[in-house]
Design a protein around this ligand. Structure first.
Ligand SMILES: [Zn+2]
Length: 193
């Protein structure tokens, strides 16, 4: 299963350039579907605000500070864990041996990290293992519980909708029945039955 489940993350093209990357937040949030690019956590299950991460850290790519294509919508924990990790320390070199970080808004992300049926995230490749164990520490975090909670929240929403829909129907049915009872009782009374 993919880390992002059925959601596909991609950054929009042709975005107007901003001189302060914080101004991209509404678009970034939408493009990442209100979900952490790295761990797939949705906003609804955390009290910590989501943040804007620089995929290639500012420390190694000052020129990309306000480049939309270098931004990742990230949960507080992933952003802290990643910090300014970038194995090559060179913005032009993504991988050194089996160490490196993959952009979660690229198809490549799925070829390095994947989710098990129980929700855990594991590394499919050596780079993926590096990301899981050394960068985001998914193996030490309650990632499975995050996933289960997300599934439950989704299920609860669906159930709530179903209950709401049926409740309305039942109320309508009840009122119609009540009206019919009144009509029949009146007819019987008038006919002295
Ligand atoms: Zn995260």
């Amino acid at each position: 299963m993919r880390v992002h489940g059925e959601k596909v993350i991609s950054r929009r093209k042709n975005i107007e350039t901003c001189s302060d990357y914080h101004d991209y937040l509404p678009e970034l949030r939408e493009d990442f579907q209100h979900m952490c690019g790295y761990c797939g956590k949705i906003e609804a299950i955390t009290k910590n605000a989501f943040e804007i991460d620089h995929f290639i850290p500012k420390k190694y790519a000052k020129e990309k500070e306000n480049d939309y294509n270098n931004l990742v919508y990230s949960c507080y924990v992933c952003n802290r864990k990643k910090s300014d990790k970038w194995p090559s320390k060179d913005s032009k070199i993504q991988f050194v041996d089996s160490k490196g970080i993959v952009d979660p808004a690229s198809d490549d992300y799925d070829s390095h990290v994947e989710r098990r049926e129980n929700g855990e995230i594991y590394g499919k490749s050596e780079v993926g293992k590096y990301m899981v164990e050394e960068v985001f520490k998914f193996n030490l975090r309650p990632i499975r519980e995050v996933w289960q909670l997300m599934k439950l929240i989704e299920k609860k929403k669906q159930l709530r909708e179903k209950i709401k829909a049926n409740m309305e129907k039942n109320i309508q049915e009840y009122l119609e029945m009540d009206e019919m009872l009144d009509v029949l009782e009146d007819i019987l009374f008038e006919n002295k039955e």
